[in-house]
Design a protein around this ligand. Structure first.
Ligand SMILES: Cc1ncc(C[n+]2csc(CCOP(=O)(O)OP(=O)(O)O)c2C)c(N)n1
Ligand SMILES: [Mg+2]
Length: 289
């Protein structure tokens, strides 16, 4: 097979329903190419999503898929990974899905270091429901649900992931496809919870916050000498007011939830009366060996 044909192996053939000019096309392409580079068997791969334009992604990719309910992609992804640790699990969803209705799940999946990769498509708007403000809307204050402007401060997804204790945090941009592909690969290779914020413009309902020309003008790659174990510096880069820093902000491996469960199972088995009886029997039999 020709090198340039490989990503198609991971496209299901179902055509995306996104609007012309949507930033999500670039993300789908980067993701399919990342899967192709990693040569992951499609039957060992599960894509889990919530609800939103971004959450439609599992239809377009050849893998197991679960298009779940609004804001609930993460706990379902955790369940899938826990039930079948052999699967590579990728969760996807929007800024509304992951930070508004589903915002209560992110801290716990991050602090528990569940071994999944989460791609948060940040278009700073509720795209699917046609243009209500989201927790990341800043520069486009007059929306269908904020006709007189926004009342609250916005949230910074990468900064939140860092303070919640995600062991891998990166920020990419749908237009920088090769760079994004590389971040997805690094995230999937990281053992533990990988959070990747992906900036993407919504061509129909908010072209201001994620304005491609403005992002290109203001972006900067995370400096090469940045130590990804330095979470304070990572937070500074994530919250930089002058520049939009793209790249790996945090990489701090530690035991995963699956590792902890295995430890617990061992302890529980050692404590169980039947395990003690079994051990006593084995000691007895060993005397006649
Ligand atoms: C429980 C529930 N509440 C509200 C909705 C309506 N709804 C569907 S998608 C969505 C927001 C989508 O925005 P986002 O998560 O940012 O995804 P995008 O479409 O921008 O990719 C909302 C509010 C729903 N489907 N279910
Ligand atoms: Mg959105």
């Amino acid at each position: 097979m020709e090198e340039q044909d490989r990503p198609c192996e991971y496209l299901s053939g179902v055509g995306p329903v996104w609007c012309p000019g949507c930033g999500y096309y670039g993300i789908l392409s980067a993701l399919a190419e990342a899967f192709a580079d990693l040569r992951l068997p499609t039957n060992e791969l599960a894509l889990i999503s919530g609800i939103g334009c971004s959450s439609r992604l599992p239809y377009f990719v050849k893998a197991y898929g679960f298009h779940s309910i609004h804001g609930r992609g993460l706990p379902i992804a955790q369940g899938v990974k826990t039930a079948n640790p052999e699967l590579t699990v990728v969760a996807v969803g929007g800024d509304g899905d992951g930070l508004a209705i589903g915002g209560g799940h992110l801290p716990h999946i991050a602090r528990n270091n569940v071994d999944i990769t989460y791609l948060l498509f940040n278009n700073a708007i509720y795209g699917m429901t046609k243009g209500q403000f989201s927790p990341t809307t800043v520069l486009f204050p007059i929306t269908k649900t904020s006709p007189f402007g926004l009342t609250g401060e916005s949230v910074n997804p990468s900064a939140l992931a860092i303070v919640y204790g995600a062991s891998f945090v990166a920020r990419g941009f749908s237009v920088k496809k090769e760079h994004l592909k590389d971040l997805i690969i690094q995230g999937m290779q990281h053992r533990g919870f990988s959070f990747i914020e992906i900036l993407a413009s919504c061509s129909s309902f908010n072209t201001t916050d994620m304005n491609v020309a403005r992002i290109i003008k203001n972006l900067q790659m995370v400096p090469e000498d940045h130590n990804p174990e330095d979470e304070i510096e990572a937070l500074r880069l994530a919250t930089d007011k002058e520049k939009i820093n793209l790249g790996v902000l945090v990489r701090n491996p530690r035991p995963t939830l699956g590792d902890k469960f295995q430890e617990m199972q061992k302890k529980a088995k050692a404590r169980a009366p039947e395990a003690k009886a079994q051990a006593a029997m084995e000691d007895l039999l060993a005397q006649f060996a």
